[in-house]
Design a protein around this ligand. Structure first.
Ligand code: FAD
Ligand code: NAD
Length: 509
């Protein structure tokens, strides 16, 4: 499977030995990290064997290049010679070979659609497929597919109208229960992009506006009827003849995973130390963006490192752990907070750490498969977090304590190496004192001798000792997040302890 690396392969012996989605990484030879690959692509070496020529590739020709020592792969109509890349692929040569001599688009999309292969493999470009791309254009559904898609009998539509000062774009989603988290709007340099999330589909309005508008705009949502209004302020008060020029994906309904990730530039406004190696970054969204990250979802950050786009996922949280749970903590909608561990040899986190206040970074739309409905009517919530795997637990904890009436217990079992690695320890202990439903237990894998608490790593024995239902057959959910081996072992232990699949949720990419 084409699994272009988002990152350098962890050092031997590091705990990050498997990719986030549970895909196994294989040991790479020394000198085969992402940074080494970037260096090779900049060396001027002819990586395609075509001396800079771009050619048209027929299906027959593509199929001939299906060996490790001569391997071409097509992604979205473009053909790459990935032979020189083989040894650098974190998923290993065999994974890459699954797409050898064929169209790897679907395989690529299943694994890492957020990885910018165009940038990573640009020096390996052989040319275009002749005649037609083998796969359909990314994510485009045929009319028949749209109509038949998951029993969706109504497709959203849009309209627009104007006054002297305002342009109102109305999207009729035809879905009840619309809310601000399901509406993502960006309007910059006359380009309006309004995306509506409809379960596992996304509807998009995307136009190059006829005239300039002001940076700020309003979004009104009529929840019950599913109507979304985007109200733009005209810069000059003239009558518009048309809304604008439709862009390529305008007025399309696609499966979410097939919609390209959209990024906007956000400014770093503060960086605060949380522990010796972890910092809380606060990024400000542009005025011209409406975006709220739902519970349990992550965003991708994108930076150019040594001339190559590198993308990594991070899970937004709250700026602090609220102690009052009358209402879920309401974010201002203007800032995104990320708690990020800086690894001493981390490609991305080192670059992040060098950002100065006022610098920009690209932040994507949110993704993730956690649904608030998983918490509904819950009685016991167990959160198993390891290291920065704590981040998705913060909003979840806040929401559950504020919104789930029948909740009896929430227990965070927090695995770390040493006591000075524990994130927000004081805040967690204060919360446990304040709210009797909440309990926290710290478990260290490399404790100092004087550590009085529990020691060890995740195991069935440990979990059965630490997790007690509030009553027999209570409705329970166990959420787990941390290094991949931790998550995998945790899920196995839970299964061994008799929990069902519906009672577990693992946060992964
Ligand atoms: P790499 O260049 O990938 O690694 C370089 C070196 O750093 C490795 O050789 C290894 O020695 C060390 N290293 C890297 N990762 C680990 C690890 N996990 N354990 C031990 N050593 C390691 N991270 C956060 O800090 N906060 C978040 O909110 C967060 N959210 C995430 C959400 C999702 C869905 C996923 C999949 C990951 C998330 N991560 C989060 C991890 C993040 O995406 C990066 O993997 C991490 O920041 C390391 O990137 P890097 O490029 O600096 O390190
Ligand atoms: P870490 O290396 O400091 O380890 C923390 C604890 O995890 C250890 O004390 C140990 O108890 C456990 N652990 C680590 N490796 C283990 C292994 N091989 N087997 C069993 N238990 C193990 O953790 P970190 O550096 O903070 O890394 C956090 C991880 O969480 C990263 O891999 C990151 O990608 C992941 N993460 C994922 C998401 C998400 O998917 N939504 C969000 C945030 C972080």
């Amino acid at each position: 499977m084409l699994n272009v690396p988002p990152q350098a392969f962890p050092a031997p012996g590091s705990q990050q030995r498997a990719a986030a989605g549970g895909r196994t990484k294989v040991p790479l030879k020394p000198g085969r990290s992402l940074m080494d690959w970037i260096r090779l692509t900049k060396s001027g070496k002819d990586l395609t064997g075509l001396k800079g020529r771009l050619i048209e590739v027929s299906e027959d020709e593509l199929a001939k290049h299906n060996k490790k020592e001569d391997c071409w792969i097509c992604i979205r109509g473009l053909v790459y010679n990935v032979t020189p890349y083989m040894e650098y692929h974190p998923g290993g040569e065999d994974e890459l070979m699954k797409a050898a001599g064929t169209d790897g688009t679907d395989l690529f999309d299943q694994v890492h659609r957020w990885v910018n292969y165009e940038s990573m493999l640009k020096e390996c470009l052989v040319g275009r497929m002749a005649f037609k791309p083998i796969a359909a254009p990314k994510g485009m559904l045929s009319e028949r597919e749209v109509l038949g898609a998951s029993a969706r009998d109504t497709t959203p539509s849009y309209d627009w109208f104007q006054t002297d000062d305002l342009i109102t774009v109305v999207i009729y989603t035809k879905q009840k229960g619309m809310n601000a988290e399901l509406v993502i709007v960006d309007c910059q340099h006359k380009r309006l992009r309004g995306e509506i999330i409809l379960d596992d589909h996304s509807y998009l309005v995307e136009v190059d506006l006829d005239h300039e508008v002001q940076d700020d705009f309003a979004v009104n949502i009529a929840e019950k009827v599913g109507k979304v209004e985007i109200i733009l302020k005209k810069k000059d008060h003239i009558q518009w003849k048309v809304l604008g020029l439709p862009l390529e994906s305008h007025n399309t309904l696609l499966r979410r995973m097939e919609r390209g990730l959209f990024y906007r530039k956000c400014k770093l406004v503060s960086k605060t130390e949380v522990t010796h190696d972890t910092k809380l970054f606060c990024f400000m969204l542009p005025k011209s963006t409406h975006l709220q990250v739902p519970i349990g979802q992550h965003v991708y950050l994108k930076q150019i490192i040594a001339g190559t786009e590198v993308v990594k996922p991070y899970t937004p949280l709250l700026p602090f752990l609220p102690l009052d749970f009358k209402e879920p903590f309401c974010q201002d909608g203007a800032h995104i907070y990320l708690m990020i561990k800086i690894y001493s040899c981390g490609l991305f986190t080192q670059a992040l750490d060098h950002l100065q206040i006022g610098d920009d970074i690209s932040v994507s739309n949110p993704e993730g498969n956690f649904k608030k409905s998983q918490v509904e009517a819950l009685e016991d919530l167990f959160l198993l977090a390891a290291g920065t795997g704590f981040t998705p637990m913060v909003k979840l904890l806040n929401f559950a304590l504020a919104k789930v009436d029948c909740l009896r217990t929430v227990k965070l079992i927090f695995f770390n190496k040493k006591d000075d690695d524990i994130l927000w320890r004081n805040q967690l202990e204060q919360l446990a004192l304040k709210d009797e439903r909440f309990e926290v237990q710290f478990i260290l894998s490399e404790p100092a001798e004087d550590w009085m608490g529990k020691r060890g790593k995740i195991s069935s024995a440990l979990l059965s000792e630490c997790m007690k239902r509030s009553k027999k057959d209570s409705k329970v959910l166990i959420c787990i997040c941390g290094p991949t081996p931790f998550t995998q072992q945790g899920l196995q232990c839970l299964e061994d302890l008799g929990y069902s699949q519906e009672e577990m949720h693992a946060f992964t990419a």
